[in-house]
Design a protein around this ligand. Sequence first.
Ligand SMILES: [Zn+2]
Length: 127
Amino acid sequence: MYELMVRRQFDAAHHLEGYPGRCARLHGHTWLVEVLVAGDELDESGMLMDFHELQKLVEDVVKDLDHQYLNDLDFFRQPGRETNPTAENIARYVYRRLKASLHKSGLKLVKVKIWESPDAWASYGEG
Ligand SMILES: [Zn+2]
């Protein structure tokens, strides 16, 4: 099995609903998104997938998050633990959107990792 990983970062603001601390207040982060895909078959060029192609797919998702107030976006607007804009839920949001766009490539989306700071990340994958 081969694996590929690409990274993109974005800046955005959020606040966490129901959080008993300073993250309940409006603040921002520079989030780093890491996307890991896997597959068994290489193409004619010896690539699992062109890095640029994967970077473009990731960019298409990340551009919708960049310089946004995440709590205002449809996905995060509903109250609840599945939609609070935590690193975990951002990872799931990116994963679900990429899964749809990677479907036709035949590659497996292994996980999406969201770094909220240089010392802390959360990831999401579906088995
Ligand atoms: Zn935060």
